[in-house]
Design a protein around this ligand. Structure first.
Ligand SMILES: [Zn+2]
Length: 434
């Protein structure tokens, strides 16, 4: 974390995947000054690479250089990983502990090559605090772009208690049953520093729970306050309503009909399918590793959602809908931080018809909008924020290599080299969680 190191970092040699969409190519030098990329290409004459006091040199010969991954769907403060002695229920759930745990998880995320995350929902304002601690240099972690509690009505996902309980303070949902209540909640969350508002319709898209007018009220208030709006919407009606109300991105959209997707294409916002969580649930289901306590995760239903998302990926390409890449890491005990962030790229390739290069561009350049940095991060080009990863294997030849941190040689975030090697410590943390 020290700022006393060399002022300039040079990455020499290597195969460059710049995420502009251009093919991978050999590169001579990437020059990083401060937290930005100064140049890409030949080594500039004023850079003296033997000047070790002022210049740090990484030799990436035989390695692959690409932007840091962006996970557009990652939760930090849901209560995972579970830690012995720390329950999820009333009395043992508290923002102070949750914040510290989230801070540890954030470091695991960064050390896996993920330099930015978008956090669509969490408890209290935990994520705002962790985001700011990272931004202000108190600790290392990815760039974070965060929402607060999800705005829901009676019966939506995350409205889990009976009506006489409402949504307790430690819930990740916040009941707002009228447009006025929603607008007040947007103002409250904005006051506490969120970057975007997360709305959430029904869990599985079985019926539309949010009216178009309510979504539009939230969008109007949020945009006036310079906040983005994302919505959990699996259903057809809610997806169409969200498109027409002008949300910034739609999460899932798997039950949307072709006509609904036309409305999304016309309105021009991206969709964040998030198939990784479903893939993991289906895998665990096949292996019968998820027990009776997880019966709410109906495997057949999950497989159907997964298949629909594969179809959605193909349809989106035809309609010109941009897709964002996210995993839902941290939404459950089996979606561990630092492990699944690159899984979605594999799914885009194996089930969505993407080439590995297209998946990488989607998870870097295109995902930048989900962290509020469209055009500023996610590519390796002069002027971009210096968020860079170096891999020992070729992700174009095999997209799954990005899922194994053993293949990760270097992580640079905001121009600084990240120490990715306290792995024993990370293991201990994980074992303690089981
Ligand atoms: Zn989620």
């Amino acid at each position: 974390m020290s700022n006393n190191g060399p002022k300039t970092t040079v990455i020499r040699n290597g195969t460059l995947i710049d995420a502009s969409g251009n093919p991978a190519r050999r590169n001579d030098a990437i020059i990083i000054e401060g937290n930005r990329i100064r140049s890409v290409g030949p080594l500039p004459p004023d850079i003296i690479i033997d000047d070790r006091r002022n210049v740090a040199v990484i030799d990436a010969a035989g390695q692959w250089i690409m932007p840091g991954l962006i996970d557009a769907h990652c939760h930090m403060s849901y209560g995972y990983p579970m830690i012995k002695g720390e329950g999820k229920g009333k009395g043992t759930t508290r923002p102070e502990f949750s914040t510290l745990k989230s801070a540890r998880s954030a470091q695991k995320v960064l050390r896996s090559g993920v330099t930015s995350i978008s956090v669509p929902g969490g408890t209290w304002f935990t994520d705002v605090g962790v985001r700011d601690a990272i931004r202000l240099g108190l600790m290392e972690g990815p760039r974070m772009f965060v929402a607060g509690r999800m705005i829901v009505t009676y019966g939506c996902i995350e409205d889990d208690e009976p009506s006489w309980e409402g949504t307790p303070d430690h819930s990740i949902g916040k009941l707002c049953n009228t447009a006025d209540e929603m607008v007040t909640e947007v103002r409250r969350q904005g006051k506490h520093g969120v970057n975007f508002i997360k709305m959430a319709d029904s869990r599985s898209g079985e019926s539309q729970m949010l009216a178009k007018e309510e979504i539009a009220a939230v969008v109007g208030e949020a945009h006036r306050r310079n906040l983005k709006v994302a919505i959990h919407s699996r259903g057809a009606g809610s997806t169409r309503a969200a498109a027409e109300a002008g949300v910034d991105w739609i999460v899932h959209a798997d039950l949307a009909t072709d006509r609904d997707l036309d409305a999304v294409a016309k309105a021009g916002m991206p969709i964040l399918p998030t198939a990784t969580f479903l893939a993991v649930v289906c895998d665990l289901g096949r292996q019968q590793k998820v027990g009776a306590e997880q019966v709410q995760l109906d495997f057949n239903r999950m497989q159907r959602h997964f298949d629909l998302l594969g179809e959605l990926m193909h349809k989106a390409r035809k309609l010109g809908i941009r897709l964002l890449v996210g995993t839902d890491t941290g939404n459950n005990s089996f979606t561990r931080h630092g492990e699944l962030h690159a899984k979605e790229l594999e799914i885009f390739v194996k089930h969505g018809g993407y080439t590995p290069m297209e998946a990488i561009v989607a998870a870097t350049r295109d995902n930048a909008m989900a962290v509020g940095l469209d055009g500023q991060v996610g590519q390796i080009a002069a002027g971009q924020f210096a968020d860079i990863t170096v891999w020992t294997k070729d992700p174009i030849a095999d997209i799954t290599i990005l899922q194994d941190t053993k293949n990760l040689a270097w992580v640079i975030k905001d121009g600084r080299i990240v120490d990715i090697y306290p792995r024993e410590e990370m293991l201990t943390f994980q074992q303690a969680a089981e």
